[in-house]
Design a protein around this ligand. Structure first.
Ligand code: C2E
Ligand code: MG
Ligand code: MG
Length: 880
C-alpha cells in the first residue's frame, strides 16, 4: 500500500487512524495546509522508524547471541525481542522528534546519540522485565514501555496519527500476547488517554491553524495596504538607526531625493531634509529630536539638496525602544504636502490679492500698513497713504457694461503701478477705489508730484472694446506720523482728504488737515440736526422772483429752502442739501418742499409759476412722478405751472431710467428747467433728448459779464443761441447789478433771476408782491463793481512756516475772504501765499482778521476769468 496515500486525509479508509482522523475531520472538514504538512512529515518518518526498529532488532539479536542468550527461542523471548525492537525504534523516533522540537539547532547525529542514550537504559529495563515471570515486575516493565510511548506521544504530538497507530498496535499486541487482563486494561486506558489528548490537541491545532490563517490573511492585507499606501497615496514611511541614519525610506520619496542627487539610505535624516522655518511651532529642529530621542510630528520639510523647495512633506517620527528598553532607532511616516502647500499658497494669494487686477487687496494693504507703522520704533519713520477714487467710473460701468468696466480697472491698475514703481505698494480696496502705501517718505512736494502724475496718467483716454473712455481720479493723502500713527486713523484721514478732493471738484489731490476731521464731525452733527429739524418742521421756503426781460413782470418764483439753525443761525442750502443727499434725508426733505411749494403756488394767480429744485437723488427715484402728481393734484395746480429745476448731475447716470423719468414727467405736463447750466457736465449731447423748457445760465457766467473785456457775455450769447435753437427759454441767474439787466436782455435772455429784482421772500410777502400787476423795480448798484464771487473751496495756504488748508469764502480781483485758520490782529500785514488756482500759489497780505475769518489783499490783481475757467473745468470733472 502506498503509505502516503494511506496517511492522506483524503483517503477514504484509514484503518490505523479512524478515531483521530474522524475527529479531526469534524474539526476541520477541509484540513488546513499545516495538517497536510504534518501528515507528510509522518509519512517521511515512517521509513525511518521502521529502519530504526530493524536496526534495533539486529542490535538486540546480536547482543543476545553474544551473551549466549537462549531465551530468544522461547515465546517470551520473541515477545521481548519484538517489544524491545519496537520500543527502541519508538525511542529513537521520539528522541528525534523531541530534538527537533526543543533543540532544532542540534545536528542529527547528536540527536541520534541522545535518543540512544535515553533509549538504551529504558530498553534494558524493559528487556529484563520481559524475562520475568508474569507479575509485578513484568507489569512495571510494561509501564515503562507505556512511559516510553507517552514520551513519544508528547514529543511527537505533531505526528499524533503515527503515534496513535503505534500505540494501538502495541497495546493490542501486548494484550493478545500476554492474555493478561491488567496489561490489557492499562494499554486500553493508555490508548483512551491518547485518544482524548489527541482529540484535544487536534482541536487546539485546528484553532491555532485558523488563527494563524487569519493572521496570515491580516498580515497579507496589512502589507498590501501599506504597499498601496506607499504606492498610490501621499503617505510614506521611513526608518532610521540609532545614529539617525536612514535604513528604510519608501520608494517614491527615495526617488525624489535621488533626483536631487542624494541617495537616502545610510544618510543622516537631518542631512536629507531641511525644515520650513516659517511653520509655527517648529522651533525645535529635527536634529534636536534625533539627538534627544524624542518623538516629533507634522514638521514641514523639503529635500535639503533642493534649493527651489519644489516638494514639501510633513514628517513625523518616534523613537523605537526594544523590550529591554534599549533605543534602536527611529521609525516614522510622512505625507506629501506639496499640493496642500500649493493650494494654501493659492488661497493666501486669493485672500491677499485682488482677483481682477492682481493688485494687493484690502486685507493685504491693511497688513502692510500695520507692518509699516509697527516698524516705526524709535524715531518715527515717515510713510504716506494715498486713497484714490476714480471719477465717472460708474458711468462707464453703466453705459458700456461690466466687462468694459473690468477692462478699464485693469488698465487703471497698470497705470498706477507704472507711476508708483518700486516706491510703494498699490492695492485695490473696492470697486473703483485704490490705495498706495509709500513707506519712507512724507515730503509734500514729492507726494504732490506723484499725485499729479497719477491723476494725469489716469486721465489719459483708455481704448476699450473699440471705444475711447475718459475718466478722472481724486486723491486723498494722509501722512504718518503727522496725521496718525495707527493704521485705522491714517486710513480715515486719507479718506477725509479724498472726500475733500472730491468736494473741491475732483481730479485733484488733497492732503489731510485737521479741519477736514472737524468738517466731517460737523457734517455728522449737521446730519443729526437735519433729522431733528425735519421732524420738528424747522425748515421753511422762500420764493425768489423770476422776471421776464420783455416786460419786467414777475412770471414765477423759485422755491428755495431755508433753515434757521438753533445755534448756527441761517444755514445755506448749498451746505446742508449735499449732507441731506449723503445721508438719505433728501427724499423726505424734497417731498416736503414739493408739497409745500405746490400748495403755496396753488393760491397764486394762474399765470405765476413755481420752480422747485429737484436733487439728482430724487430724480433717480421712480416714485418722483407719483409725488409730483399728488402734489399738484392736492394743490389744484395746473401741471405747467410747476417747473422742476434739475442740474446736469442727473446726466451722470446716462441710463435708460433717466430717459424714462423725463418721459414720465413730461406726460404729467410739468415744465423742466436745466439749472446751473455750464458748470457741470461737459457734454451737450444730453440736450438732444432731454425735453427741457428752460435753461438757467449759472450766475458764474453772469457775474462780471458787464465788465469791459469780460468774455462771459460771449458765453451767455452762445448759450442763448443754443437754447433758442432748441426752443427753450433762458433765465440768467444771479443778476445783482442794474447794468447786467440791460446786458442780459441785449444778449437775448428771456428771464432774469437775481438780487437785482429781489431775494427770496416768505409766502405772505409773495402774495403782497403779486397783489399789484405792475412791473417790478430793479434795485441795487447801478454799475458793476469789482465783482465778488461767493465760493466754498479748500485751498492751501502758507503763512510763514505754517502750512495748512483754508476755505475761500469769496474772492474778487483784488482780494479774498477765507476761514479755517484762526489769526489774531497781530497777524495783520503778514505776507502769505495762497493756492488760488489748482497747485498755483499767489502772494497776498493779511488785511484783517476777526471771528475766525481773514481778509486777504492780493499782491497782484487776480484775473477772475482764470478762476471761472478752472471752476468750469473742475465742475465738469466733478459731474461728468
Ligand atoms: P439754485 O437752484 O441755483 O438757486 C439759486 C441760488 O442762487 C439761491 O441760493 C439763491 O439765493 C441764489 N441767488 C439768487 N439770486 C442771486 C444773486 O443775485 N446773487 C447771488 N450771489 N446769489 C443769488 P440758495 O438759496 O443759497 O440755494 C443754493 C442752492 O441750494 C440752490 O441753487 C439749489 O441748488 C439748492 N437748493 C435750494 N433749495 C433747494 C431745495 O428745496 N431742494 C434742493 N434739492 N436744492 C435746493
Ligand atoms: Mg435752482
Ligand atoms: Mg441755479
Amino acid at each position: 500500500m502506498n503509505l502516503r496515500a494511506f496517511l492522506s486525509t483524503d483517503s477514504p479508509g484509514l484503518p490505523g487512524l479512524p478515531v483521530a482522523l474522524g475527529l479531526w475531520a469534524d474539526e476541520a472538514p477541509h484540513p488546513s495546509p499545516i495538517h497536510r504538512i504534518r501528515l507528510r512529515q509522518v509519512a517521511a518518518m515512517w521509513p525511518f522508524a521502521v529502519g530504526a526498529q530493524l536496526l534495533a532488532s539486529v542490535v538486540v539479536v546480536c547482543i543476545a547471541i553474544a551473551l549466549g542468550e537462549r531465551r530468544l527461542t522461547t515465546g517470551a523471548g520473541i515477545d521481548a525481542f519484538l517489544l524491545a525492537a519496537m520500543s527502541l525504534g519508538i525511542a529513537i523516533t521520539a528522541g528525534r522528534g523531541m530534538a527537533q522540537r526543543f533543540a532544532p539547532h542540534l545536528r542529527n547525529r547528536a540527536l541520534l546519540l541522545l535518543s540512544i542514550g535515553v533509549a538504551v537504559p529504558l530498553l534494558s529495563l524493559l528487556w529484563i522485565a520481559t524475562a520475568m515471570p508474569a507479575g509485578a515486575m513484568r507489569l512495571a516493565g510494561f509501564i515503562a514501555v507505556a512511559g516510553a510511548m507517552s514520551i513519544t506521544a508528547a514529543a511527537l504530538h505533531s505526528v499524533r496519527p503515527a503515534t496513535l497507530g503505534l500505540g494501538l498496535g502495541l497495546a493490542a499486541a501486548v494484550g493478545i500476547e500476554t492474555a493478561e487482563l491488567l496489561p490489557t486494561g492499562v494499554a486500553i486506558l493508555f490508548v483512551l488517554c491518547l485518544v482524548v489528548s489527541t482529540v484535544r490537541m487536534a482541536r487546539l491545532d485546528a484553532h491555532g491553524d485558523r488563527r494563524r490563517a487569519e493572521e496570515i490573511d491580516e498580515g497579507r492585507l496589512a502589507s498590501k495596504m501599506v504597499a498601496e499606501f506607499e504606492g498610490q497615496g501621499t503617505g510614506w514611511f521611513w526608518e532610521a538607526d540609532r545614529n539617525g541614519r536612514i535604513t528604510y525610506l519608501s520608494a517614491k520619496v527615495s526617488r525624489e531625493l535621488v533626483a536631487h542627487g542624494c541617495a537616502p539610505i545610510g544618510r543622516l535624516l537631518t542631512d536629507l531634509f531641511r525644515m520650513d522655518s516659517a511653520t509655527p511651532g517648529t522651533e525645535r529642529t529635527l536634529g534636536f529630536h534625533i539627538s534627544s530621542r524624542t518623538s516629533f510630528s507634522d514638521y514641514s520639510v523639503c529635500a535639503a539638496d533642493d534649493p527651489a523647495a519644489e516638494r514639501w512633506w510633513s514628517i513625523s517620527g518616534r523613537p523605537v525602544i526594544d523590550e529591554l528598553g534599549r533605543f534602536e532607532g527611529f521609525i516614522g511616516s510622512g505625507t506629501d504636502l506639496t499640493e496642500r502647500r500649493r493650494s494654501e499658497a493659492e488661497i493666501t494669494r486669493l485672500a491677499l490679492f485682488d482677483g481682477l487686477t492682481g493688485l494687493a487687496n484690502r486685507q493685504r494693504m491693511r497688513l502692510s500698513l500695520d507692518k509699516t507703522l509697527q516698524h516705526q520704533a524709535g524715531p518715527a519713520r515717515p510713510a504716506a497713504l494715498f486713497l484714490m477714487d476714480l471719477d465717472r467710473f460708474k458711468a462707464v460701468n453703466d453705459t458700456l457694461g461690466h466687462q468694459a468696466g473690468d477692462a478699464l480697472l485693469k488698465q487703471v491698475a497698470q497705470r498706477i503701478e507704472r507711476s508708483v514703481g518700486a516706491a510703494g505698494l498699490v492695492g485695490r480696496i473696492g470697486g473703483d477705489e485704490f490705495q498706495v502705501l509709500l513707506p519712507g517718505t512724507d515730503s509734500r512736494e514729492t507726494l504732490s508730484a506723484l499725485a499729479r502724475e497719477l491723476i494725469a496718467a489716469l486721465s489719459q483716454p483708455y481704448f476699450i472694446a473699440g471705444s475711447s473712455i475718459s475718466i478722472g481720479c481724486s486723491v486723498g493723502i494722509a501722512l504718518s506720523p503727522q496725521h496718525g500713527e495707527q493704521a485705522e486713523e491714517l486710513i480715515r484721514n486719507a479718506d477725509l482728504a479724498l472726500y475733500a478732493a472730491k468736494g473741491d471738484g475732483r481730479g485733484v489731490h488733497r492732503f489731510y488737515s485737521d479741519e477736514m476731521l472737524a468738517g466731517a464731525q460737523s457734517r455728522k452733527q449737521l446730519e443729526d440736526d437735519i433729522r431733528t429739524a425735519l421732524s420738528e418742521g424747522a425748515f421753511h421756503l422762500v420764493y425768489q422772483p423770476v422776471v421776464s426781460t420783455a416786460d419786467t413782470r414777475i412770471v414765477g418764483y423759485e422755491a428755495l429752502l431755508r433753515w434757521d439753525h438753533p445755534t448756527r443761525g441761517a444755514v445755506s442750502p448749498a451746505e446742508f442739501v449735499p449732507v441731506a443727499e449723503e445721508c438719505g434725508l433728501i427724499e423726505a426733505l424734497g417731498t416736503w418742499v414739493m408739497r409745500t411749494a405746490a400748495a403755496e403756488a396753488g393760491r397764486w394767480p394762474d399765470h405765476i409759476r413755481v420752480a422747485v429744485n429737484v436733487s439728482p437723488i430724487q430724480f433717480a427715484n421712480p416714485t418722483l412722478p407719483a409725488l409730483v402728481t399728488s402734489a399738484i393734484a392736492s394743490a389744484g395746480l395746473a401741471p405747467d405751472r410747476l417747473e422742476l429745476e434739475i442740474t446736469e448731475g442727473v446726466f451722470l447716470d446716462e441710463s435708460y431710467s433717466s430717459d424714462q423719468m423725463f418721459k414720465a414727467l413730461k406726460t404729467i405736463g410739468v415744465r423742466l428747467a436745466l439749472d446751473d447750466f455750464g458748470t457741470g457736465y461737459s457734454s451737450l449731447g444730453y440736450l438732444r433728448n432731454a425735453p427741457f423748457d428752460k435753461i438757467k445760465i449759472d450766475q458764474s457766467f453772469v457775474r462780471g459779464a458787464a465788465q469791459p473785456g469780460n468774455r462771459n457775455a460771449a458765453i451767455i450769447k452762445a448759450i442763448v443761441t443754443l437754447a433758442d435753437t432748441l426752443g427753450m427759454e433762458t433765465t440768467a441767474e444771479g443778476v445783482e447789478v442794474q447794468d447786467e439787466i440791460d446786458l442780459v436782455r441785449s444778449l437775448g435772455c428771456s428771464h432774469i433771476q437775481g438780487y437785482v429784482y429781489g431775494r427770496g421772500v416768505r409766502a405772505d410777502e409773495v402774495m403782497r408782491q403779486l397783489s399789484g400787476a405792475r412791473p417790478v423795480v430793479a434795485s441795487g448798484h447801478k454799475v458793476s463793481r469789482s465783482p465778488r464771487t461767493k465760493m466754498l473751496r479748500t485751498a492751501r495756504i502758507a503763512i510763514g512756516s505754517y502750512h495748512g488748508d483754508v476755505r475761500i469764502r469769496d474772492i474778487s480781483a483784488t482780494g479774498a475772504m477765507i476761514d479755517g485758520v484762526v489769526l489774531g490782529s497781530d497777524a495783520i500785514g503778514a505776507d502769505v501765499r495762497i493756492e488760488l488756482l489748482e497747485d498755483r500759489m499767489f502772494a497776498a497780505r493779511i488785511a484783517w482778521a476777526r471771528d475766525g475769518k481773514v481778509g486777504l489783499q492780493f499782491a497782484e490783481r487776480f484775473n477772475l476769468d482764470h478762476l471761472n475757467q478752472s471752476l468750469i473745468a473742475r465742475n465738469s470733472r466733478r459731474n461728468g
